[in-house]
Design a protein around this ligand. Structure first.
Ligand code: AFP
Length: 334
């Protein structure tokens, strides 16, 4: 049986469906190549001196791991010269990164969380890379506007592509360009991502939830009610038992939900008043992927993909996964 590589998958989307153009294809392939390099660095761990703290803080005031810094550099270097980007933005950088003047510019904006879940690196738990692609807005004369922070502040519904890699027992890449969500496994001998999970579908119902229970005392009443009902099991109003998982790497938790269903929640609470996760490079790309797989994503009151961003590093409450459960939580917020 012939294997469908990421390159062939993308060429077919370009040629047959005209869903992407050559520039977007090159951009996605370049991000995927950078993910392979990050996967190698993660796999080598202590052998390459890659574990531990970098001794610096990022814009969010979080301690940067060596691999956070390295992954950010890998993604920047890989994407600067292709001629398809107007600018890049990252969790690890306060302001957008312009394309160096000696390289041509293009029509796309790339956002990424270079190494999501990085507090899990030193304990050898799965981590990953999340990315989102937007178009740089055009101005009156038909040219592209200045690729400053303002250019990035578009609702998630305008994303033209989104994906994430998870560096787990296997390295997986999940991608959407708007015609479903598709999973690719890294074949290390060949150095290629191979389509192994076409057209992923999230079951609409689930008996598994993912939330950091240590925040329970700070939750808002609708979230508390939902989890209390899950915990009550067969003797409660839901009439069934629920299982719980929390990896504390969004990439791993969302990958599990894509594989067997479930609901993932990082709600706002008394401590994280706006939520903990970042809208532009965590919630938006994950919401695009989850919706394309038949799931739903909300902040409790609104569809995440409809939110108008106010800042590059804005935080947001996130509830996503199996449709019927997400709608139940949204209903409890009304
Ligand atoms: P780090 O990248 O700082 O490890 O944060 C990971 C993350 O953004 C997301 O991947 C997890 O779902 C969430 O934070 C875990 O947060 P808690 O540590 O509060 O459970």
């Amino acid at each position: 049986m012939s294997r469908i590589t990421l390159t062939r998958f993308l060429i077919e989307r370009q040629r047959n469906k005209q869903l992407i153009n050559a520039d977007l294809r090159l951009l996605i392939e370049t991000v995927a190549r950078a993910c392979k390099a990050i996967s190698n660095a993660v796999t080598k761990g202590a052998l390459a001196g890659n574990l531990g703290s970098a001794g610096t803080d990022n814009v969010q005031g979080e301690v940067q791991k060596k691999l956070d810094v390295l992954s950010n550099e890998i993604l920047l270097e890989a994407n600067e010269w292709g001629g398809n980007l107007a600018a890049l933005a990252s969790e690890e950088m306060e302001t957008p990164h312009p394309i160096p003047t000696h390289f041509p510019k293009g029509e796309y904006l790339l956002l990424f969380d270079p190494l999501d879940g990085s507090s899990n690196i030193d304990v050898n738990v799965s981590v990953g890379t999340i990315f989102s692609v937007l178009r740089c807005p055009k101005v009156a004369d038909g040219g592209y506007c200045e690729a400053d922070e303002q250019a990035f502040l578009q609702p998630g519904s305008t994303q033209v592509a989104a994906g994430f890699a998870v560096y787990g027992p296997t390295t997986m890449l999940v991608l959407t360009v708007g015609d479903g969500s598709h999973g690719f496994t890294l074949d290390r001998e060949m150095g290629s991502f191979i389509l192994t999970h076409p057209d992923i579908r999230i079951p609409e119902d689930t008996q598994e939830f993912a939330i950091n229970m240590s925040n329970m005392r700070r939750w808002e009443p609708p979230v508390k009610r939902y989890i209390d009902e899950c915990l009550a099991g067969t003797s409660g109003v839901r009439g069934k038992d629920f299982n719980m998982r929390w990896v504390a790497s969004m990439v791993a938790d969302v990958y599990r939900i894509l594989t067997r269903g479930g609901i993932f929640m990082y709600p706002r609470d008394e401590k994280n008043k706006s939520g903990r996760l970042r809208l532009m490079y965590e919630a938006n790309p994950m919401s695009f992927i989850v919706e394309q797989a038949g799931g739903a994503a909300t902040n409790g009151s609104d569809r995440l993909l409809d939110l108008k961003p106010e800042g590059l590093h804005q935080r947001v409450a996130v509830v996503l996964g199996s449709k019927n459960e997400v709608e139940r939580v949204a209903g409890y917020h009304k």
